[in-house]
Design a protein around this ligand. Sequence first.
Ligand SMILES: NC(=O)C1=CN([C@@H]2O[C@H](COP(=O)(O)OP(=O)(O)OC[C@H]3O[C@@H](n4cnc5c(N)ncnc54)[C@H](O)[C@@H]3O)[C@@H](O)[C@H]2O)C=CC1
Ligand SMILES: O=C(O)C(=O)Cc1ccc(O)cc1
Length: 321
Amino acid sequence: MSEFLFEKVALIGIGLIGSSIAINIRERGLAREVAIATRREETLRRAEELRLGSSFHLDPAEAVRDADLVILCLPVGSCGAATEAMAKGLKPGAIVTDVGSVKGAIVRDVGPHLPAHVHFVPGHPIAGTEQSGPDAGFLELFENRWTILTPLPDTDEAATEALRRFWEATGAMVEVMTPEHHDMVLAIVSHVPHLIAYNIVGTAADLETVTQSEVIKFSASGFRDFTRIAASDPTMWRDIFLTNREAVLEMLSRFSEDLASLQRAIRWADGEALFDLFTRTRAIRRSIVQAGQDTEEANFGRLKPRRGDPWNEKGTTAPGE
Ligand SMILES: NC(=O)C1=CN([C@@H]2O[C@H](COP(=O)(O)OP(=O)(O)OC[C@H]3O[C@@H](n4cnc5c(N)ncnc54)[C@H](O)[C@@H]3O)[C@@H](O)[C@H]2O)C=CC1
Ligand SMILES: O=C(O)C(=O)Cc1ccc(O)cc1
């Protein structure tokens, strides 16, 4: 019996998430070997300087050779082409997973390029920051955060369990659900909030009466939190919105309806409506903090779907239900 969870792990892409995984493998001794593949030579050299792996490759098919676990750590829109490029190197029985923020598109784009002799278990650590690149990774990123796995109906259960053990070894908590359910939940707890941040920072920047210097000068308030989110990687977020279109548009139309009723309450000076909503939302925040779970996990548990919500109709049980 090996002392490692996996003998060889291959990381395709080495940005914030890839480098955080690499640091976890190194510091917690989760694999004997770590092969890293990147598109750009410069990123590869930086990964080597940071001692993130044991071998470094520009050809992903070379990196995955003999790997028991292959993790795609790329923007969602690049995963299909990267899988096509690495497929011929995959060994029989290897587990292939990813960390992308959208799961339906990963199943659609990655699945068809994989040989039948590998196990495909899409995944998503719900942990991150607005930073990107190989220097951004850190050991504690996944601690006490959820990682969602979305195996397909015919995925080997042992492969899902092996991946669960890997994520748990990084300090993560693991939940299994369908890709459709994942995409719907993430649309409201992560994707739409990012869109709101991008939008409000864009609106403020465009205002002629609020000069750039005033935006900076007075940003010590709630606006500052939005600027952090709106500093997130443009490629990654473009891909998320293009690949989770349906769920984002669905949540956005609910959001717009609710915003319109707030607008109406302000127009008609309906203080009671405003007070009621703000009281409800304050209670949500307080219960999250009280539970000591200021994480997406708490959001899942507490933002209960309304009757007839698609969350309830698809997928498995949502955490907290
Ligand atoms: N940043 C975050 O907070 C989180 C990100 N994710 C997901 O993880 C994945 C990776 O995100 P990060 O590590 O944050 O990104 P990153 O931007 O820090 O790193 C991405 C890596 O992919 C490479 N890359 C970019 N475009 C490529 C292409 N067309 N072909 C091949 N390689 C390419 C980059 O050189 C870099 O090595 C994304 O799918 C994202 O949705 C998941 C959870 C949190
Ligand atoms: O920086 C933040 O606040 C985040 O929300 C990080 C994040 C970004 C994308 C994900 O799919 C999961 C987590």
